[in-house]
Design a protein around this ligand. Structure first.
Ligand code: PMV
Length: 284
């Protein structure tokens, strides 16, 4: 059985969402596909390697198998993973592989899980691996669409986007960096988070011109809280000279920057669309 789930893009609200502010997040049309076949033992085949249950190489998939086995005992499975979503780039590859794995397992072993149950299990897996998580990524991967968090208010986004990949980075380290800055200057950082909150709430009501201005403002605020870098600033200023408005998406320090696609994109960038469909079964 083959299941697939989408990645995600945080448009506005990264970091401030950790401190109770709003974020605007959308599923994107890059998907992770997982094929599950009953077997006598456990085998996980992905671009990261071929392993058994391996919590180092394949932590999300291994914990997904473990969590699923707690509900339905299984003696073995072969999982083949293919993904369009770049890893460690803030585009939700970990949640997508987790959600697609749970769906493929539930279909292959005829133990039906509702989308709500898949989401709840995927959230547990995220906590198993990361220790702390907001649950936004598994939610988006399961249900698709664009949403304001934490209320889970669905919104329509009339734009396509381009994403420009930088390099891999650790979300955990960037979140810690902001936490340290906040400890030293909480009265300042709280005001910046409030400004980002206003952006996340305003953006879904905006046309493309205002939306691009908000991109520009939010990037300046992300820079202010220390998650940009001289290299990223330089790249952004090159793209701005070419007429684009871009900001980091996700934890920063690397990952990706994105902008609205208006018929023109930086040469190296990929176009992504807001994706309505969440996890689904694919034809074999
Ligand atoms: O880069 P990502 O996709 O891991 O996103 C991190 C988003 C943060 O707001 C920085 C952290 C969080 O848990 O919301």
């Amino acid at each position: 059985m083959i299941a697939s789930a989408p990645g995600k893009i945080i448009l506005f609200g990264e970091h401030s969402v950790v401190y109770g502010r709003h974020a605007l997040v959308s599923a994107i049309n890059l998907r992770c596909r997982v094929e599950a076949r009953k077997s006598g033992d456990f085998r996980i085949i992905s671009p990261l390697g071929v392993t058994g249950m391996d919590f180092e190489v394949h932590p999300y998939v291994s914990f997904a198998i473990k969590r699923f086995s707690e509900l339905k005992k299984i003696n073995g499975v072969e999982l083949v993973i293919r993904s369009d979503i770049p890893i460690a780039s803030g585009l939700g590859s970990s949640a997508a592989v987790t959600v697609a794995t749970l769906k493929a397992l539930s279909e292959e072993f005829e133990f039906t899980l509702s989308d709500e149950e898949i989401f709840e299990l995927a959230k547990k897996v995220e906590l198993d691996v990361q220790g702390r998580a907001s649950g936004i990524d598994p939610f988006i991967s399961t249900f698709g669409g664009a949403w304001i968090f934490p209320e889970r208010e669905k919104v329509e986004l009339p734009f396509d986007f381009f994403v420009f990949r930088l390099w891999e980075r650790s979300t955990k380290l960037m979140v810690e960096k902001v936490a340290k800055l906040r400890q030293r200057h909480s009265e300042v950082l709280e005001k910046i988070f409030d400004a980002i909150d206003a952006i996340a709430l305003k953006a879904p009501k905006c046309g493309s011109e205002d939306f691009e201005e908000l991109i520009h403002i939010n990037q300046s605020l992300l820079r202010a809280i220390g998650v940009s870098s001289p290299e990223i600033d330089e790249l952004i200023s090159r793209l701005e000279k070419e007429g684009f408005r871009v900001k980091l998406t996700g934890a920063g320090g690397g990952g990706c920057v994105f902008g609205i696609y208006r018929g023109k994109k930086p040469e190296e960038a990929t176009i992504v669309k807001s994706e309505k469909e969440g996890v689904r079964i694919e034809d074999s």
